[in-house]
Design a protein around this ligand. Structure first.
Ligand code: SF4
Length: 342
């Protein structure tokens, strides 16, 4: 049989993911898609050790005595290079535990007790990494620990009840920022999470969704190969918290980038960064309206009208303008950061 040559990112489909069936993640959760794809990239001939903080991606996949959705191969792999280990710790500790593993592996290598390389990955949600665990994340980066940090951004503490996080879009409904007569949802401006990790000294930083498979695959490969701390932010539409219809996950992930809310951003230390898949000024507002109108968490701002077109709720024009201004400011900052000589 002849196996057709595919572009490198499509070859990934033939690799063996470390994420297995059986999780209790919601149907349509982007985290599941990201795990599948990132898991394939880790099948690169190097043993993988994975640490997880507490987030949906952990409580729904490591639910002992339920199904454990992780491992590589149908049977336990005999090959060290293909083997996969996973460790869970509390919300904020995934990067710190990964750092301990990296240091131990490096010492064992120096002593000659470990003869093959390992790759170490830390995975958390935005609540765990950018709120509760921001301090430990920044210290791991500042020490230039050779690990890959993956952060799923769904804009909530989803697994504890959809509370506000530092990444929540302005005016979004969350369980702790319910919109009402006087307060139109979340009043806080999101933190510049990309700027923070770049300033802390990350060797590679990417914000990219599996909805853009070529860029996602290449970013995962670069992150795993980085000699310092690499950080991969994965914007992750959350069907339960964002309240959208089934089948819209990829469309919303694309709109998140095109609207400028979560632009695709790729930067290696010492090189100019790249920003992609952001609509030009002339169509960006429409992309934003499309993004907001598909989600009931923004029902108090934008809704579909009788013609099924997005329309701003009367009296909420000011809030829409504020979001657009915040996006424009954020894009300007990211543009400057892309040229920053670290
Ligand atoms: S609540 Fe959201 S993040 Fe959690 S499993 Fe469901 S869709 Fe995924």
């Amino acid at each position: 049989m002849t196996i057709r040559q595919l572009p490198p990112y499509k070859e990934m489909a033939r690799k063996d993911s470390c994420f297995r069936p059986g999780s209790t993640l919601c149907v349509g959760c982007m985290e599941s898609i990201a795990f599948q794809n990132f898991g394939r990239v880790t099948d690169n001939g190097t043993k993988t050790i994975y640490t997880m903080g507490t987030f949906c991606g952990e409580v729904s996949t490591l639910f002992w005595p339920g199904v454990i959705s992780w491992g590589r191969g149908e049977t336990e792999p005999a090959a060290f290079e293909k083997s996969f280990s996973i460790i869970h710790n509390v919300f904020e500790s995934a990067p710190t535990v990964a750092e301990g593993i990296r240091d131990t592996a490096d010492i064992l290598t120096e002593l000659g007790a470990l003869q093959k390389p390992i790759q170490v990955v830390s995975n958390s949600g935005d609540g765990g990494a950018l709120v509760i665990g921001l301090r430990s994340l920044l210290h791991t980066i500042q020490r230039k620990t050779r690990i890959t940090v993956v952060v799923m951004i769904n804009e909530f503490f989803a697994n504890t009840g959809f509370q506000f996080a530092s990444t929540t879009t302005p005016y979004s409904e969350t369980s702790t920022t319910p919109p009402g007569e006087f307060i139109p949802g979340n009043l806080s401006e999101p933190m510049n999470h990309i700027g923070l990790v770049l300033m802390a000294g990350a060797g590679y930083v990417a914000q990219v969704s599996p909805a853009f498979p070529k860029e996602f695959t290449e970013a995962c490969e670069k992150a795993l190969a980085c000699p310092e701390t690499s950080v991969l932010f994965v914007p992750s539409p959350c069907i339960a918290g964002w309240k959208y219809e089934e089948g819209k996950t990829i469309e919303l992930a694309k709109l998140a980038s095109e609207s400028g809310l979560f632009p695709t951003f790729l930067k290696e230390k010492g090189k100019e960064g790249i920003m992609k898949y952001v609509a030009p000024d002339s169509t960006r507002s429409q992309k934003l309206l499309n993004f907001l109108s598909e989600q009931r968490r923004f029902n108090h701002l934008v809704r579909k009208n009788k013609e099924d077109l997005p329309s701003v709720v009367s009296g909420r024009e000011k809030e829409l303008k504020t979001i657009e201004e915040w996006i424009a400011k954020n894009l300007k900052n990211l543009n400057a950061l892309s040229k920053w000589d670290q």
